[in-house]
Design a protein around this ligand. Structure first.
Ligand code: G3I
Length: 379
């Protein structure tokens, strides 16, 4: 357990230490330990959030103080992705990743490395030669292994969980990513083998959206079982859970949790938010490639969210967390994909420039009705 006096005098958190030490030593530590959502669900699962590039760039920001108070798990929203860590083959950019780890250590938080092998946000130079030809299999495997060794190795023993492969399937089929096209299906197992070799103690996860889709579910379980039969270490799955007010249903989510748990996999809710804006077809598909044109009628709450919608959102969060609590024996972690509405990727996806309200804190970093409902759940 991190010595909290170190946390309180850490330069980045001096302001917090000043105000908190006035309460006197131990009560300060217990104040931090026993506040927020992490305290509400401490006997159920860890509660996390995604930390934005903006928050990490402003280390010691108001947002980070709120995160330290509310959560006991963190994921870097973008700053562990290949294009942010290594924008070109000979240029590593560790600054924000190091700040993320420093913040997590200072606050005794579970840290999640997101994401080692993904189809998005990886420079094309990783996959193609100067003539724009896809590199041969052996070279792509070497690239993957070297990247994994470097990143996982740097934080061995500090980052406890890795999203090793992210979004390898579209419905029930292999996503034809450069990894797939250049290496073949077994890029999946090699990614996990490299990660285990780099840190045998880390929890290794397969992370994806739409994990309630029966065809994707079947394929994920089949591929993971095949890997495990070959001795590949895969500890669990991440259900990203980019939900909408109107779906998927609690029953569909519950069926998915049970399917993965019955396959012997730990379940993590990894990127939860609840979109309150008018639905676009094929919702639940967080495929970053999907974009739609702005239309006013799809952006109805520019100024504020009406109370009726606030209440609907609170009820949906309560229903979803009640399900998570019911299956807390199967669920290790519930991570929100952001802390306050202003920073949510859902303001710009799948339509740029909308005003969304999908998280638990508002644009002034104040707890919303949904947050208050979740705190009551634990009483
Ligand atoms: O860093 C640049 C900045 O320099 C530039 O000025 C700005 C203007 O375009 O873009 C910035 O990069 C943006 C990046 O987020 C960092 O803010 C990218 O354009 C933007 O596409 C990127 O969006 C991220 C998205 O993944 C795309 O990869 C979202 O923040 C992030 O929430 C989202 O998260 C993903 C998970 O990693 C995987 N699961 C799905 C989830 C949603 O797509």
């Amino acid at each position: 357990m991190m010595d909290r006096r170190k946390f309180l005098t850490n330069s980045g958190m001096l302001a917090l230490s000043t105000c908190l030490t006035s309460c006197g030593g131990n009560s300060v530590a217990s104040l931090i330990e026993n506040t927020g959502l992490k305290a509400a669900f401490k006997d159920k699962f860890s509660v996390g959030t995604a930390i934005s590039t903006k928050s990490l760039s402003e280390y010691g920001s108001k947002q980070l103080k709120l995160i330290a108070q509310e959560f006991n798990a963190i994921t870097a929203e973008n700053d562990f992705k290949w294009e942010m860590l290594r924008p070109s083959p000979n240029h590593w950019h560790w600054d924000l990743a190091d700040k993320f780890v420093e913040f997590g250590l200072n606050n005794n938080m579970q840290m999640v490395g997101h994401a080692l092998v993904w189809h998005s946000q990886i420079p094309e130079s990783v996959f193609f030669n100067q003539k724009k030809q896809l590199l041969p299999r052996t070279q792509l495997l070497t690239m993957m292994e070297e990247h994994t060794n470097t990143v996982v190795g740097r934080y061995r023993g500090k980052i406890q969980v890795w999203d090793v492969v992210n979004e390898a399937f579209k419905q029930g089929n292999w996503r034809k990513s450069h990894w797939y096209n250049g290496i073949g299906e077994d890029y999946f197992e090699h990614a996990f083998r490299f990660a285990e070799a780099a840190d045998p103690k880390a929890q290794l996860i397969y992370n994806d959206y739409g994990m309630d889709d029966p065809s994707k579910q079947q394929r994920v379980i089949e591929v993971i079982n095949n890997c495990k039969r070959k001795g590949v270490k895969i500890d669990g799955i991440g259900m990203q859970s980019h939900l909408h007010l109107d779906g998927p249903s609690i029953n569909e989510i519950e069926r998915s949790i049970l399917a993965y748990a019955n396959a012997g996999l730990r379940v993590n809710i990894t990127e939860l938010e609840i979109d309150v804006l008018p639905k676009i077809e094929d919702y639940g598909n967080a495929d970053i490639g999907n974009k739609y044109a702005y239309r006013k009628e799809l952006d109805p709450y520019k100024k504020a969210l009406p109370l009726a919608m606030e209440q609907k959102l609170a009820q949906r969060y309560e229903d979803v967390f009640k399900l998570y609590v019911k299956h807390s024996d199967k669920i290790d972690r519930v991570t929100l994909w952001g802390t306050s509405d202003d920073e949510s990727w859902k303001n710009d996806f799948p339509i740029k420039g909308r005003t969304n309200y999908p998280l638990l804190f508002d644009r002034n970093q104040q707890p919303k009705l949904a947050h208050r409902r979740l705190k009551k759940l634990s009483l």
